[in-house]
Design a protein around this ligand. Structure first.
Ligand code: ZN
Length: 461
């Protein structure tokens, strides 16, 4: 077998790994590069492998950094099946068209403001390209080995990262290669823990939080912090605004709000979920019962909806979204996007930021250059649609919400290996996190062969 790294090398985006075995060529993940310009430019280059020569793609999960290149890849000539879990197929069904729509909007923006050398600027792919790509998706359940050829099989195992997320185990004549995709966390709400794995000959391991530990102490947990903020804000007569990623985080927050209400740890406030994509994701999260952990299943069996608070309103229409502004009593508003770079969250910020009674709570990573980052770094005003708004509301950043395991959780998972992999490849991490992860692994598991591959590096297995 030959393995070639086409992305997620010393970066957390663009996951794409080419595995060649006999005359079969398989791609694991087909992710979009995001963030730094030199990375994003790779999306526009000729792909380093002829898409028409690939027999099949296997997806670890629906996040765009693992799937977002697929529409372009199909347009460039890929004609095979794309295997993924049923929930990943459904989530890709909302995430990929949204990504196509954003690509088209970006091209429109560049044309309008003449921000491109290319005339006219074209989108990387369109909403239509995304719809075409979705037709190639084939749902494959967890733990059911699938044949790619008489000698080559793969199996999907729950990864505990987001709904539908999977480890991909590829086997060929006594040899195995495990792709972790993104590894989730232990004891988080709704979905399973990462599946214990007792061995693989070759391991591709993500290292997003190789240099970080999530807050473990109860009083500093995301839930406890959220409780305190909500109680204090409601006491001031203000509202709590939560910019959130529509898939995964929004559902986790709702689950926790419901628990807090039930424990009477917070007042029962009206909760607005103001994001059509988040609402679609809620339906997918509720539908895929095969993904639910024991607690979630028990709650559903008892006839409760674990993702509904007592007074919840799902807001699809833009007009209804604006109408939330008229409500001045304390409430909780969950809206997208999570970094406040666009979407309905913007008009909520315009409405709520200037009032000192309100609180804005960021629950996800805020990338450099985003409005979210400015706010958590203490900006006194922010510019939205060319107008500066004063920041008088309290701004909080709860970093303990994460869908990625920290290095202790990853080490705990690696502890399941009965013998060391012949080689462990570190991928999907910024350089600092990757270096730290390598150190942690070498200290915890002396003698393990750990390597951080370069972009386009190719190795014989
Ligand atoms: Zn992910």
């Amino acid at each position: 077998m030959r393995l070639t790294f086409l992305g997620a090398t010393h970066t957390v985006t663009g996951s794409k790994f080419l595995l060649e075995s006999g005359n079969k060529r398989i791609l694991v993940d087909c992710g979009l590069f995001q963030g730094l310009k030199e990375l994003r430019l790779r999306n526009w280059e000729e792909p380093p492998v002829d898409p028409g020569s690939i027999d099949a793609i296997i997806l670890t999960h629906a996040h765009i950094d693992h799937t977002g290149y697929l529409p372009r890849f199909v347009r460039q000539g890929f004609r095979g099946p794309v295997y993924a879990t049923p929930a990943t197929v459904d989530l890709a069904g909302i995430l990929l068209p949204d990504s196509g729509h954003l690509q088209e909007e970006e091209a429109r923006f560049r044309n309008k403001h003449q921000r491109s050398k290319h005339k006219p600027a074209l989108p990387l792919y369109t909403l239509e390209d995304a719809s075409v790509a979705l037709r190639a998706l084939k749902a494959v359940p967890y733990r059911k080995p699938q044949n790619l050829s008489p000698h080559l099989t793969f199996e999907l195992l729950p990864a505990g990262h987001i709904l539908g997320s999977a480890f991909v185990m590829v086997r060929e004549a006594g040899k195995s290669v495990l792709f972790t995709g993104d590894i989730g966390r232990y004891d988080q709400p709704i979905i399973f823990d990462p599946t214990p794995v007792d061995g693989a000959d070759y391991l591709l391991l993500e290292s997003t939080y190789g240099n970080r530990l999530h807050e473990g102490r109860e009083e500093k947990s995301g839930k406890a912090m959220l409780r305190k903020i909500i109680v204090e804000t409601a006491h001031r007569g203000g509202s709590v605004l939560i910019p959130s990623f529509a898939v995964g985080r929004a559902q986790e927050i709702l689950y926790i709000l419901r628990e807090l209400e039930l424990e009477q740890a917070i007042p029962a406030l009206p909760v607005y979920v103001d994001s059509p994509m988040a609402i679609d994701a809620f339906e997918i999260y509720s539908k895929h019962k095969e993904e639910h952990d024991v607690e979630m299943t028990k709650l559903a069996w008892s006839g409760q909806n674990p993702l509904h608070t007592g007074n919840i309103q799902f807001v699809r229409k833009a007009d209804d979204s604006k109408r939330i502004n008229e409500h001045t009593f304390p409430s909780i508003i969950i809206s997208a996007n999570g970094m406040a770079t666009g979407g309905r969250i913007l008009h909520h910020l315009i409405q709520r930021l200037p009032d000192e009674r309100n609180a804005v709570v960021f629950v996800g990573f805020q990338a450099a250059g985003t409005r979210g980052r400015q706010l958590i770094e203490g900006a006194r005003s922010v510019r939205i649609f060319a107008v500066d708004y004063p920041v008088r509301a309290q701004v909080h950043s709860l970093t303990s919400f994460s869908a990625h395991g920290d290095y202790n959780e990853v080490l705990r998972w690696l502890g399941g290996f009965r013998k060391p992999p012949r080689k462990l490849f570190l991928v999907h991490g910024e350089p600092k996190a990757m270096d730290a992860m390598q150190q942690h692994i070498e200290e915890t598991f002396p003698g393990w062969n750990v390597h951080a591959p370069e972009y386009l590096e190719s190795v014989e297995l």
